[in-house]
Design a protein around this ligand. Sequence first.
Ligand code: AOF
Ligand code: ZN
Length: 362
Amino acid sequence: MTTGQAAAAAPTRAERDALDRALAIAARGPRGLNPQVGCVILAADGTVLAEGWHRGAGTPHAEVDALSHLSAGAAHGATAVVTLEPCNHTGRTGPCAVAIVDAGIARVVYAVADPGEASSGGADRLRAGGVDVVHAADDRADALVDDWRFAMRHGRPRVTVKWAQSLDGRAAAADGTSQWITGPEARAHVHRQRSLHDAIAVGTGTVLADDPQLTARVPLVDGSDDPGAPQPLPVVVGHRDVPPSARLRDHPRRYVQVHGLPGEWLATLWREHGIQALYVEGGPTLASAVVAAGLADRIHCYVAPTLLGGPRTAMADVGVATIDEQLLLDDVRVEPLGRDLLVIAVPRPATIRPAATAAKEG
Ligand code: AOF
Ligand code: ZN
C-alpha cells in the first residue's frame, strides 16, 4: 500500500467497527444547534486508544474530546474515525482539523461531509497537513445529522404538520369536542412521533380548548409509559396567555411561547432553542398558517372512519382561492393503523408559495 499522493485506502474492518462505535457514542450528545458527533481513535494495529463525543454547542468537539483522553504524543501515527468531517473553523471552539494535525494523527476516516459554510473544508486542511483522509459514506451517519443539516441549510427546523380528521375532513364536532376521533393505534403512533421531534407546537386556541399535556407517552411492552422517552420542548404559538391551571404547566420542560409569522418564529426556534425538527399538532388555525406559508415539509394526516359534518374543518384557509392554486402533495404513503389510516405526504415545492415574511415585505 502506498501513501503520500496516492488515494487513501478504503476503510479497514477495524475502522468500520470504530465507525459503529463512534455512531453509538455520538447519540449520547444532545440534539440542538450543533450536530451529534462521535470520534474513536485507533492505534496503528487497530486497537482503540480513546473515544469522545460532542456534548453540545460551546463544549469541545468530539475529536478534541477524544484527544483529551490521551497523553502528549500518544496519538502519533494513529487513525481518527469520526462520524462528521472534522471542522475547519474557529467557532465556539478551535478547528478540529488543526488539532488532529498537531496531535500527529496519520489518518482520518469520516462519514459525513460538514455542510457548514464556515466549518467545511476540514478534509482539505487535513490533507494539506499530510494526513491520509478517507470519506466513508454511511447511511446511519447521514440519518444522525439529517435534521441538523436541514436546519443549517434553511435556518429553521424541519416541520411535520399533523392532524386527525373524520373521513369528511372535520377535526371536531360542531360543539368543538374532538377527543377520540382516532383509535388507540393512531394515538400510540402520535406519541412515538412526538418523541421523534425536538419540539411540539400548538396554537393558544388548542391550549384553551383541549388543555393538552404535550408529553410523549410511549408505551413499553408491559403497557406502562416509557419514563425514558425523550420529551420534546412544548411550544405555544399565539398571543393569548396560557391559563395558570393549564396542564401544559406540569410538563417536565418549561414551554416556550412564540408569535408572529411562521417563518419568523420557526427561525427563532432554531436559532434560540436549537430545534431541528418540529411537530405541529394543531389546531387548524396553526396548521393552516404553516401550510399556507409553504413551511410544512411533511404532512401526517390521520383519517378516522367516522363522519362529523359541520363547520369544524381540519384545515382552514391555506391560500387556495381557485383550483389552479391547489397545494399538490407528493410521495404519498398510506398506512393502516387499527381502524384508521395514516396518510403521509410531502407538499410539492413548486406549489409552495413564498414564505409569509417575503409575502409581507413584497
Ligand atoms: C467537528 N466535531 O464534534 C462537531 C462539529 O461553534 P462550534 O465551534 O461548536 O462549531 C460548530 C460547528 O462545528 C457546527 O456547525 C458543525 O459544522 C461543526 N461541528 N465539528 O469537527 C464536532 N460538533
Ligand atoms: Zn471541530
